[in-house]
Design a protein around this ligand. Structure first.
Ligand code: URA
Length: 423
């Protein structure tokens, strides 16, 4: 069948055979199918979806385009974690040391930030000396000694997904449940962990905007896991507001250290504990209540903090050299009221504009810049009170926009967002 026939078949809503999926996607990988034809097929998939068999086949094609990481030399159970990403999302850095301190191995390959969302690897690179490029052997060795390691995703893992993702990014074909599910799961399966916990984000700052979509993708990703004999658990969590109190690379590392020192208590902390408990439950095969109790203990006793520091040191990082910018600017509120909303997307963009992210793949990040939020959902604010502090590259940073507009105020003290207890 020609590529045009395959595109037409999907455009009319029919199921593609295994052979047709291979022809189209492997053909694209070999450079035989041009971008415009693959874009048309992706758009037809966005419009008409894929059935489970098609999603399994596509995931398989992505996995087989690269290498599978062999973690058989790692002693004990390995549990991986993936978050569909967001603003101020530092959950991996909190969850992994907690889980590793409780005897479950966490092999974590992470990505860099793109657009308004941050990436774990950029956050870790704000620590001078930190190596994100351990060899496979070093990665496995650290898993056996420290219990967890966080490295940059290697180029050999599902490389065809990377190519297709880059095309989706510029053709309006990112937001498709079968395409997102096969993209994420191909990388998770190729990464080799025994079990996987997925943090599926829903809301304004997330890829998935409705709970129905989040439920559907969770179901599908579990099915893909089952197909490969992997136990997968998911949590649907909320991504309308920035997670935690800091946005920006070095600032977020400092926030992680505070959380692991048991000095914070907010939605991010609750979310991280819940994710960690799920990973411990899966990894040790114990009831969730017992897993939650151990997670609390790990933070209270300082074990999780020590584990975090052990990982940083083992990967060459010098935490004493971590720096945030010395130039700060307090942002006063131009309105009075009760905060009922904060626009995660706008805060992510602001951090990007301050130099904390990349606008093109070649941009260099300034790890010292970012935002510290002083007011949160549910707080009452008077005109002139400080909403947040910007850490800027230089003194006298001027903003054209009023950041007060990133907040939604209510005159009444009504319910703070009900979805803050989504999980
Ligand atoms: N993250 C991925 O890795 N792939 C997608 O398609 C969406 C989010």
């Amino acid at each position: 069948m020609s590529m045009v026939d395959i595109i037409n078949k999907k455009r009319l809503g029919s199921k593609l055979s295994d052979h047709e999926i291979e022809e189209a996607f492997l053909g694209y990988d070999r450079g035989e199918i041009p971008d415009y034809q693959m874009s048309a097929l992706l758009m037809a998939i966005c419009a008409n979806g894929m059935c489970e068999d098609e999603v399994f086949k596509l995931t398989d094609v992505f996995i087989r385009s690269g290498d599978m990481l062999d973690l058989s030399e790692v002693e004990g159970t390995t549990v991986d974690k993936h978050s569909t990403g967001g603003v101020g999302d530092k959950t991996t850095l909190i969850v992994a040391p907690i889980v590793a301190s409780l005897g479950v191995k966490v092999p974590k390959m992470s990505g860099r930030g793109l657009g308004h969302t941050g990436g774990t690897i950029d956050k870790l690179e704000s620590i001078p000396g930190f190596r994100v490029d351990l060899s496979e052997q070093e990665f496995i060795q650290q898993l056996n000694t420290v219990g967890f390691s966080i490295i940059s995703q290697t180029a050999h893992l599902a490389p065809l997904d990377k190519k297709i993702y880059a095309l989706r990014d510029v053709t309006g074909t990112v937001e498709s449940i079968p395409l997102i599910a096969s993209s994420i799961m191909s990388k998770k399966i190729a990464s080799g962990a025994d079990k996987i916990v997925l943090d599926v984000k829903v809301g304004k700052g997330a890829l998935l905007k409705t709970q129905e979509d989040a439920i559907e993708i969770s179901r599908l990703m579990k099915k893909i896991g089952e197909h490969y004999g992997k136990e997968v658990d998911t949590m649907i969590t909320y991504m309308d507001i920035p997670l935690g109190t800091s946005i920006g690379n070095a600032l977020e590392i400092l926030e992680v250290m505070k959380i692991l020192s048991n000095e914070e208590n907010n939605y991010l902390v609750a979310l991280s504990k819940a994710l960690a408990a799920k990973m411990v439950q899966l990894g040790l095969g114990i009831p969730i209540e017992e897993a939650s109790r151990r997670v609390e203990d790990s933070i209270k006793t300082g074990k999780a903090y020590e584990k975090f520091m052990e990982m940083i040191e083992s990967q060459g990082g010098n935490i004493g050299e971590l720096r945030v910018s010395g130039y700060t600017k307090d942002i006063p509120s131009s309105k009075k009221g009760h905060i009922i909303g904060m626009d995660a997307y706008q805060f992510g963009k602001l951090s990007l504009d301050l130099g904390g992210g990349r606008k093109t793949k070649e941009d260099k990040i300034d790890p010292r810049v970012g935002i510290v939020l002083k007011k949160k959902i549910g707080d009452d604010v008077e005109v002139g009170e400080i909403l947040c502090t910007l850490y800027t590259k230089e003194e006298g940073y001027n903003l054209e926009e009023d950041i007060t507009n990133y907040y939604t105020f209510s005159e009444e003290k009504d319910q703070p967002l009900s979805s803050t207890n989504l999980f």
